[in-house]
Design a binder for this molecule. Structure first.
Ligand SMILES: [Zn+2]
Ligand SMILES: [Zn+2]
Length: 149
């Protein structure tokens, strides 16, 4: 990151539950929430992630499994403990790390909620935070209209 970048980068580190996989990343103190069914299957519920502008695996690259989960994105997890490490759409230069894998999440604030119309019933949306419906997400991100996350 150069000193002239308008976004204030925060140096973050993170790891999986068992500690086999660790990373260093530049984050901007914000996180996203995704309610899509794919994220629910993958993360056991709502998937929270922090976008990065730099990302490097610092330990256990051989324990990191990267799998393509759609025509336009891949997800990575630790093969030892199953912890999710990141989500990366092809259009992103660096991944969005699994929020819970960050060592220090103090001061982070929610930025946006994706697939807001797919959220589990009974779970409230985060107030005063931008939302995008499935249709809006597909229009914005999917290379092929009709694809879901
Ligand atoms: Zn692990
Ligand atoms: Zn999702």
């Amino acid at each position: 990151m150069s000193q002239h970048d308008p976004i204030i980068a925060k140096h973050s580190t993170g790891r999986c539950l068992c500690g086999a996989v660790a990373y260093a990343a530049a984050t901007d103190g914000r996180f996203s929430i995704c309610y899509c069914k794919m994220c629910q299957r993958w993360a056991a519920g709502v998937f929270m992630s922090a976008p990065t502008t730099a990302f490097k695996i610092t330990q256990g690259a051989d324990k990191l499994h990267v799998t393509r989960t759609s025509d336009w994105a891949e997800r990575a997890f630790c093969t030892e403990c199953g912890s999710n490490i990141y989500y990366k759409a092809d259009m992103m230069e660096t991944p969005a790390v699994a929020f819970g894998s960050l060592d220090d999440t103090s001061g982070f604030t929610p930025r946006i909620q994706f697939f807001s119309d797919k959220k589990p019933e009974g779970l409230p949306l985060v107030p005063d935070t931008k939302t995008m419906t499935e249709a809006e997400c597909n229009a914005a991100f999917a290379p092929d209209p009709g694809e879901t996350s």
